[in-house]
Design a protein around this ligand. Sequence first.
Ligand code: CMP
Length: 139
Amino acid sequence: MAVEETLARVPLFSAVKSKELKKLGKRMQERSFGEGEVITTQGETGLGFFVIEDGNASVSRNDQVVRNLGPGDFFGEVALIDEGPRSATVVATTDLRCRGMTAWEFRPFVEEHPEVAWALLKTLVGRLREAESALNLSA
Ligand code: CMP
């Protein structure tokens, strides 16, 4: 399958026009990880943003799995946005094929595509709401 077809199925890119998806496909490198491989480590710095093409990964914070990711999901945006440490550890739970871009490619891409910025905001706000309601429960 052509890269842009895979990217068209990624909800984050759903509003990106097909010509732009083609360009994006050229900018995103294929990255593969073996089952069990650690891709990001909570607290450490990192330079990659990834979209999953095939396979699954787990997201853990403080050794607890908070989310499982699969085809069409993305990860690695947090540390690239604020240039801080990784907020979670992401591990490949199967063999995993991703498309990745570096921090210095990610920012210009998001700035050129406000529709992607909006989709990212939605995801981040969703996570904020979850975190806030979890805090209220335990208060
Ligand atoms: P980053 O902090 O760069 O690296 C770890 C990634 O895990 C993070 O970006 C997000 O993409 C992802 N992540 C962190 N917390 C959550 C969560 N609660 N739900 C889903 N994904 C998360």
